[in-house]
Design a protein around this ligand. Structure first.
Ligand code: B3K
Ligand code: ZN
Length: 886
């Protein structure tokens, strides 16, 4: 908790560290009511920092200093300065050893940062600045050190003792305790340190690397979860192979471990050789985890594994460079998932998520560039902008230089910077040098916040047989950034004839025609591309594959969008045409609702979706994606002022109409797929995911009919499905239906059956929290009293409170402000318990700019109330204070 207003830290103030730590020798003695940490730091003056011997300022928070020695000389209080956040000593030589002992209290640590207890086990989370809550240290990523760690604990309760690297010694002590020593041969910053002690079982396997080294793979879990690790293990082996094949990256230690913990602030952490995971990102089996959960486990396992190169071997110089490792690694994991399953479906999911959530962040008061230039609390910058937009930026580089050029660039980057802590500029430089290009203008993507707009118009000259596309780019202002300079926007496009043919693209001045789909870099505020030899007016397919994270507009008519849905050779853009058509139709319905007119659905949407549904050749996952109307959150994001009720009413009306018009087709496809599910064992693969996704979206439409045979089918699916994907969808569909008795019975039997599985109970909470039927807030408040709920577990907070505020827009934005008041109450409680979770949870309140005046007032009043509620963590203070200004 802060004692004074947190300070802003600026990228421009970066300075190299005054001292370096060559070796770090740690000893942990873990007890039930405290733990002791002894650190021996072998240090020297940083030759790059200048001359003289300035004071050594070590970071440290919430530590009880027991002793400190410099070169074996015990220091007295007069020899050092101690504050809430630092221990300052005066070295007397260029090389020296600091020994310190501290007492800490992992058993009381509810912030889940540093060393803490999750259930019966000790574990750590050090990124970004958690190591300073473990011992006095230079807790910054550009200080890299060789770590040796010894930990001791009571043997019976903590039979497994783990840390980074390789185990080198172990033994027993008197009094039932034991110890183990681990040595990590690789230099690493403190944020990659990890330790685990607990009663864990492990699943073991091995992987033979491309140079024929055998690596032991272990996944540690609490005993009751030992049957839920196979999917994560398979995912790990696939990731290791993929990184060798696609990036030429081989694993470097003899052992790779994953530990699953229940109480974890985010998804997982890439600690060197000892990844610590939220159990939700490890545990998966058909009966208890949905297809989405299986895919998330695979993606997160891959993401953390890929960090071993993009993050660990080459790390960040400072935390402003976070996207260097996160953007790149998200890009790597997205490509991995695309290769494992359907590339187009993966892209659709990622783009839908980016446009709904990252675009909202980019338009709000917390907007920041991919490489932020200032922060108060770095934990607040693990954002969609740094991760997802950062990944889009890396993807654009790949689009501009091509797959081969990108590989050359990444090879150069890894070779040149192995073992170093570097910057986004170093990454760009490697890409530039490997490809002989200049990316200086492109780098504006790292420094300018906000989502660029790209307005496109066309002109066809029949006499000259030329077709011109005019591009106009702009970017709205964001906090601290008024005018913005033009970005380099790679636009992949094609032209389609009236017969649906892809035309060869030849720009004016080019000797011959090129391919039918090409990438053009739009780098001016206004720019025209003129294509020649165009015999008739074509239809453009723009921004194929979503080749840049921009808001593109082109005045398509609804008929043209329907044409693109049928004829575009780019699968992503076929889906995109359907989304744009849906948006136009839904916006029309929103307008009708607002004007109090009767709602009339444009039948073209029905026609378009009917032909999608009737197309047996189309990938079923694509059919499901195309049947999914844009979400309420996306419709909110694209509104100038979001009308919560009208958006909800319009979307529900459209769903109802589609359900009635397409009932027969939906019913046939539902039944066929359910039949297949009944007869086939569950497999976590694309084709099966696809089948179940169509089956499930069909069921959700069908249920709107209120027909008895659909209810019976839903109950059958709920009761006899052998997998969580089908069971949970059936439950969600029931929960959102008017069948009160069936709903209550299903919720009760589900909770009774799964009460001992916390991850399944999270789903049970979420399904209810997201239900938009009246009385949502009361239901959520009641569920907070449920024995399975606790504010101390981040997964529970996200499942119930997060799902309510983030997904249940109707319930949260009640006109009386009760949803806002509720959220603020929870944030105030969580601020004291777990600042990171509190700060994330409050994001929906920061989006007040999207709503009507009355709601804006109510939301701001709650932000004010949080601000005035007492001593705020730097996490919550930064978000609240910035969003009140914005
Ligand atoms: N690097 C971690 C995130 C740590 C967040 C700390 N507040 C997970 C990941 O992105 O892989
Ligand atoms: Zn990451």
């Amino acid at each position: 908790m802060r004692t004074e207003q947190p300070k802003m830290i600026y990228l421009k103030d970066y300075q190299v560290p005054e001292y370096l730590i060559d070796e770090t020798h740690l000893t942990f003695e873990l007890f039930e009511d405290h733990s002791l940490v002894h650190a021996q730091l072998v240090m020297r003056r940083n030759p790059a920092a200048g001359s003289g011997l300035p004071p050594l300022v070590l970071d440290g928070q919430q530590l009880e200093l027991l002793s400190v020695a410099l070169d074996d000389r015990e220091l007295s209080a007069a020899d050092y300065q101690l504050s809430d956040s630092h221990l300052t000593l005066q070295p007397t030589a260029a090389s020296f050893v600091v020994d310190s002992s501290v007492r800490i209290h992992p058993e009381r640590n509810t912030a889940l940062e540093g060393l803490y207890k999750s259930g019966g086990m000790f574990c750590t989370q050090c990124e970004a600045e958690g190591f300073r809550k473990i011992t006095y240290y230079l807790d910054r990523p550009d200080v890299m050190s060789k770590f040796t760690t010894t930990l001791s604990a009571e043997q019976h309760s903590y039979p497994v003792l783990l840390s980074n690297g390789n185990p080198i010694a172990s033994g027993s002590e008197e009094g039932g305790r034991h110890w183990a020593t681990w040595e990590d041969p690789f230099m690493k910053p403190a944020y990659l340190f990890a330790l685990v002690a607990g009663d864990l079982w492990c699943v073991e396997d091995s992987f033979t690397t491309m140079s024929n080294r055998e690596v032991a793979l272990r996944i540690y879990v609490e005993p009751e979860n030992i049957d839920k690790c196979q999917h994560a293990m398979d995912s790990l082996k696939k990731s290791m192979k993929w990184d060798e094949e696609v990036y030429g990256r081989e694993y470097d230690l003899d052992i790779f471990m994953i530990v699953a913990v229940n109480d974890f602030n985010m998804g997982a952490m890439e600690n060197k050789g000892l990844n610590i995971f939220n159990s939700s990102c490890v545990l998966a089996r058909a009966e208890t985890a949905t297809d989405a959960a299986h895919q998330r486990v695979e993606a997160v396992v891959a993401h953390e594994y890929f960090h071993n190169w993009s993050g660990n071997r080459v790390t960040c110089r400072d935390w402003f460079q976070l996207s260097l490792k996160e953007g790149f690694t998200v890009f790597r994991d997205a490509e991995f998932s695309a290769d494992m399953h359907s590339r187009t479906v993966k892209r659709i999911e990622d783009v839908a998520y980016l446009r709904t959530h990252q675009f909202a962040e980019d338009a709000g008061p917390m907007a920041h560039p991919v490489r932020p230039d200032a922060f108060m609390e770095i934990s607040n910058f693990y954002t969609l902008t740094v991760y997802e937009k950062g990944s889009e930026v890396v993807r654009m580089i790949r689009t501009l230089v091509g797959a081969e050029g990108f590989r050359k660039g990444s090879d150069l980057y890894f070779a040149r910077h192995d073992g170093q802590a570097v910057t986004c500029d170093d990454f760009i430089r490697a890409m530039e040098e490997a490809n002989g290009i200049d990316l200086s203008q492109f780098k504006r993507w790292y420094s300018q916040a906000g989502t660029p707009r790209l307005a496109v118009s066309e002109h066809y000259d029949a006499a000259a047989r030329t077709y011109s596309l005019s591009f106009q780019q702009s970017c709205p202002p964001s906090p601290g950034q008024g005018d913005k300079l033009p970005f380099v926007i790679p636009v992949e496009l094609g032209l389609i004839s009236a017969q649906g043919q892809a035309l060869a693209l030849r720009l004016q001045g080019e000797a011959q025609a090129g391919a039918t789909s090409r990438v053009f870099a739009i780098d001016q505020a206004e720019q025209v591309l003129t294509f020649v030899d165009i015999a008739e007016q074509p239809l453009p397919s723009l921004l194929r594959g979503f080749s840049a994270p921009v808001k593109l507009s082109f005045p398509y008519s609804r008929d043209q969008l329907m044409f693109l849905m049928q004829h575009d050779s780019d699968g992503f853009n076929r889906w995109e045409a359907g989304q744009q058509l849906s948006v136009q139709v839904l916006q029309e319905l929103i307008g009708q609702h607002q004007r109090g007119e009767p709602q009339v659905l444009d039948q073209r949407l029905v026609t378009a979706l009917r032909s999608v549904l009737a197309d047996e050749q189309l990938d079923q996952a694509m059919v499901a994606e195309m049947l999914s109307l844009p979400g309420e959150a996306y419709l909110t994001e694209i509104s100038a002022v979001a009308d919560v009720e009208a958006i909800h009413a319009a979307r529900e009306f459209a769903r109802q109409q589609l359900s009635a018009a397409l009932f027969d087709l939906l019913w046939v496809r539902y039944q066929a797929n359910r039949e297949l599910s009944r007869g086939t064992a569950y497999i976590a693969e694309a084709e099966h995911f696809a089948r179940r996704s169509l089956q499930n979206i069909a069921l959700s439409y069908l249920m709107l009919s209120g027909k008895a045979e659909v209810l019976a089918a839903c109950l059958e699916q709920f009761e006899s499905a052998d997998n969580m994907t089908e069971r949970l969808t059936a439950l969600a569909v029931l929960v959102n239906s008017p069948f009160e008795a069936e709903k209550a019975a299903a919720l009760a039997s589900f909770a009774d059956f799964f009460k001992d599985n916390p991850l399944v109970m999270d789903q049970w909470f979420s399904v209810q929290a997201a239900c938009a039927l009246p009385g949502a807030l009361q239901r959520v408040e009641q569920l907070m009293q449920h024995p399975a709920f606790t504010l101390k577990n981040p997964n529970k907070v996200r499942a119930l409170i997060g799902a309510f505020a983030g997904q249940n827009l109707q319930g949260f934005h009640q006109a009386d402000g009760s949803g806002y008041r509720f959220l603020a109450d929870q944030v105030i409680v969580l601020n004291a318990l777990n600042p990171q979770i509190a700060s994330r949870l409050l994001a929906p309140l920061t989006r007040w700019g999207k709503y009507d005046g009355a709601r804006q007032q109510l939301m701001k009043a709650e932000l004010q109330r949080i601000l005035a509620s007492g001593e705020l963590s730097s996490d919550v203070f930064e978000v609240v204070s910035k969003s009140l200004v914005g």
